[in-house]
Design a protein around this ligand. Structure first.
Ligand code: MSP
Length: 498
């Protein structure tokens, strides 16, 4: 079986994590866990920080902090968030890591040797927020970047350029044919439209005199690498490219060259991932990624989160709100908030589109699906089975593809929300079964018939818990344990949120 290599975008180390980051981490972690546990695939999950570039440099300067201390502070904050969200990565890469510098330099030289890097005077516009070069067409009617609502700065410097234009047909063919699969389909079409207008070469370095916070260009000591050239390369650093070590070479071959590579990113950075990145790799005679999953943006109260609208919600605000409730009232204890967070974002946000968050909606859905849904079901079933059933520890094995083909397919298509709905179908059908068959009444008049109903329900709940493992890992383990031990826990799983 091929190996799987799953990545998140690496976050800019210039501010606290927002909901978009948290969502991307949880989404990618779930996909990675699914491949590890259900498909038994050897899977490597990479995440980390993007630590160079003008944006970070300027922010550190404005706060009067040494840039190295500044980025280290954010690396800790992001790692901490991963831990709070039960995000189980295999490596947390930082673009200031030593091995990454070496890989960037080697990749640069390969592109140079292919003849794809050349020097030219760059005169044009640069949006520091995007860390991207802009044309007039990219700006709104006020001449501002539509994502950052700021006028780009004018740059005039001698830089190294990457021959992206040379790869127009190559990229078109790879995207069209699905050899580079962009999910969902409408994002693929967006990129094909973009290519139709023609691809321009990209400035791939910055003059040290004007901006020196970056990886030095190996064949020109007046320049540092453009931050996106450096950032994208993190993926192959994580996959152990260009290593002398035999084990690393084997890993690189299996995870990257022959593996099933998947980048999970937000919609604003698709061009970098579907155009620049495969072209860079091809130029260096390396395999291009196999799949890019593009998620939408998390909005708040139906609008883009922005400080001026006062609707920014931080992941910690949500986690803190549920933390106290969990520690006091739930058997899940300190894992409660992460489980509720994961539940909300995975089951209620369509990973292929934008999705909205409000505290009210989260509370409503928590009460409906977790307190009244799963939590109440476990409670009712175990209360009865504890009294009437002997402990039975073995449940039938699940062959996912055979027993739950729709579930398996949906998850393989990375449609996480839809996949979670299958689990809630099981939970809801158990509720209906209880209502229809009333085992709590039957058991008093016909013990054997009552027991059959209970055994069926217990098995169904156990199955639902198993299927939950990639999405809500602690809930999954806890429910399985409760059912196996056939004993009511001291506290409920999901107390009602009043
Ligand atoms: N550093 C670059 C990525 C380099 S990857 C080689 C970057 N960083 S970021 O911190 O701005 O964004 C990190 C991820 O969060 C990106 O995938 C981005 O699309 C995603 N999101 C940013 N805002 C978001 C929302 N409001 N909602 C969902 N995801 C969002 O871009």
């Amino acid at each position: 079986m091929k190996k799987k290599f799953v990545t998140t975008a690496i976050a800019y180390a210039n501010g606290n994590p927002h909901l978009g980051h948290a969502y991307e981490f949880v989404l990618s972690d779930t996909i990675s866990r699914f491949h590890k546990t259900w498909l038994k695939q050897d899977t490597f999950f990479l995440t980390g920080m993007d630590e160079h570039g003008q944006k970070i440099f300027e922010k550190a300067k404005s706060e009067n902090i040494d840039v190295k201390d500044f980025i280290s502070k954010y690396a800790e904050i992001f790692k901490n968030l991963d831990q709070k969200l039960s995000v189980n990565y295999d490596r947390f890469i930082r673009t200031t890591d030593k091995d990454h510098y070496e890989v960037c330099k080697k990749l640069w030289m390969k592109m140079f040797e292919t003849g794809d890097l050349y020097q030219k005077e760059y005169i044009g516009l640069y949006c520091v927020g995007c860390e991207g070069f802009k044309t007039e067409k990219d700006l709104d009617e006020n001449g501002e970047c539509p994502d950052h609502l700021k006028k780009p700065i004018e740059l005039k410097e001698k830089n190294w350029f990457f021959k992206l234009s040379k790869y127009e047909n190559f990229l078109k063919e790879k995207i069209e044919s699905g050899k580079l699969k962009i999910i969902p389909e409408f994002r693929k079409n967006e990129m094909l439209e973009f290519i139709k207008n023609g691809l321009q070469d990209v400035s791939f370095s910055r003059s040290k005199e004007l901006m020196n916070w970056g990886i030095p260009v190996p064949n020109d000591d007046t320049q540092v690498m453009y931050v996106w050239a450096d950032a994208l390369t993190n993926y192959i650093t994580g996959a152990k490219v260009f290593s002398e070590n035999e084990n690393d070479q084997k890993n690189f071959q299996e995870f990257w060259q022959d593996g099933e590579t998947l980048h999970v990113i937000g919609k604003d950075i698709l061009r970098f991932h579907s155009l620049y990145w495969p072209a860079m790799l091809y130029s260096a005679c390396l395999e291009i990624p196999k799949e890019i999953l593009v998620h939408g943006f998390i909005t708040s109260q139906g609008q883009k989160m922005s400080k001026s609208l006062g609707n920014v919600v931080l992941p910690d605000e949500i986690l803190d709100l549920y933390k106290k409730m969990g520690e006091e009232k739930s058997i899940l204890g300190e894992n409660f908030s992460s489980e509720v967070f994961r539940y909300f974002f995975l089951k209620n946000i369509n990973s292929h589109d934008d999705g909205d968050f409000t505290f009210e909606r989260m509370k409503e859905l928590y009460n409906a699906d977790l307190a009244n849904g799963l939590g109440n079901l476990v409670n009712r079933v175990v209360k009865l089975s504890e009294k009437y059933l002997e402990v039975k520890t073995d449940f039938p094995r699940i062959d996912l593809e055979k027993d739950f083909p729709d579930f398996a397919k949906s998850m393989k298509d990375y449609d996480v929300m839809n996949t979670m709905n299958f689990i809630w179908k099981i939970i809801n059908s158990c509720d209906e079964y209880m209502q229809k068959n009333e085992p709590f009444k039957v058991i008093k008049v016909d013990i054997e018939a009552g027991k059959k109903h209970l055994e069926f329900l217990r098995e169904q709940v156990y199955t639902a818990a198993r299927l939950l493992n990639a999405f809500m890992p602690t809930t999954s383990e806890t429910v399985k344990k409760i059912i196996k031990e056939n004993k009511m826990p001291e506290k409920p799983l999901f107390p009602r949120y009043e």
